[in-house]
Design a protein around this ligand. Structure first.
Ligand SMILES: NC(=O)c1ccc[n+]([C@@H]2O[C@H](COP(=O)([O-])OP(=O)(O)OC[C@H]3O[C@@H](n4cnc5c(N)ncnc54)[C@H](O)[C@@H]3O)[C@@H](O)[C@H]2O)c1
Length: 262
């Protein structure tokens, strides 16, 4: 029996088998959790349905986090299958492509700022608020995905760094509010991983090469690495952990200087 046996988890942010959400879903399923998935749009629907089936889930439904009606439909839709929800995984991030190239000062626009913060940060609070009726008193957990750009200036990450900083503050405020209602809220700051979202960041390949060379574990992070940490954080094993940003980045964020070129 896995350590997530009996848990019901909604996973938001599955797009492909490279998605961090896929690594998380696989780890949750291996540890015995029951899963439900959302897809952003009709184009992703068949792909998400097929992946869900692989993990024995037939609960999939549309959710564009920019759309309040779709956020408000989450609970009624889930209620057709489940009467409670133990875990919400928010693995969603977006900024227009022109925001993720060039310098921060050159690229930043009011519209880019608004979109990045709306989709990548507000949506966590919006979903936490909407799913509260199902999660209340569940001894449940909410998890989101952040990146080092929240606390360091990273080339080309630009406005997404600001959105991730907002997201990390969001984790702390939600943890403070929802803790008394039995819900823990944490984030994982993952190392760079080649996914569809990451492909939008200019020079992303160079980031991967750099991390592989410099990170203490001398390799890049995989969705499976993140999935295993997520399973721990969303299980009762982490019952004493909330408001935390856990780094799953091979130690990259802990290095101040790297002189050895080998
Ligand atoms: N890949 C990395 O290097 C990396 C590192 C650290 C953190 N992250 C974060 O991990 C999370 C997942 O990204 P990923 O790298 O797995 O990429 P991905 O492209 O596989 O997943 C991003 C998901 O966001 C969803 N999404 C975007 N806009 C949406 C909207 N309006 N409504 C609903 N869903 C929407 C997409 O459909 C997709 O499923 C993001 O928050 C990302 O910022 C990624």
């Amino acid at each position: 029996m896995g350590f997530m046996s009996g848990k019901k988890a909604l996973i938001v942010g599955l797009a492909s088998k490279r998605s961090i959400a896929w690594g998380i879903a696989k780890a949750f399923s291996r540890e015995g959790a029951e899963l439900a998935f959302t897809y952003q749009n009709e184009k992703l629907k068949p792909r998400v349905e097929t992946m869900a089936k692989e993990l024995n889930s037939d609960i999939t439904f549309p959710l564009d986090v920019a759309n309040d009606d779709e956020i408000n439909a989450v609970v009624p839709t889930l209620n057709k299958h489940w009467s409670t929800l133990d875990i919400l995984v928010h693995s969603v991030g977006f900024a227009p492509r022109d925001q993720l190239a060039g310098t921060f000062v050159e690229s930043i626009t009011r519209e880019g700022f608004q979109i990045a913060h709306d989709i990548s940060s507000y949506s966590l609070a919006g979903l936490a608020k909407a799913t509260l009726p199902l999660m209340k008193n569940s001894q449940g957990a909410i998890l989101t995905l952040s990146y080092l750009g929240a606390i360091r200036a990273i080339p080309n990450y630009n406005v997404m760094g600001l959105a991730k900083a907002s997201l990390e503050a969001n984790v702390r405020f939600l943890a403070a509010d929802l803790g008394p209602q039995g819900i823990r809220v944490n984030g994982i700051s993952a190392g760079a991983i080649k996914t569809l979202a990451a492909a939008g960041i200019s020079d992303f390949r160079k980031m991967l090469t750099h991390m592989e060379r410099v990170a203490p574990i001398r390799r890049n992070i995989t969705p499976e690495d993140v999935g295993n940490a997520a399973a721990f954080l969303c299980s009762d094993l982490a019952a004493g952990v909330t408001g935390e940003i856990m780094y799953v980045d091979g130690g990259f964020s802990k290095i101040g200087m790297h002189l050895d070129e080998s």
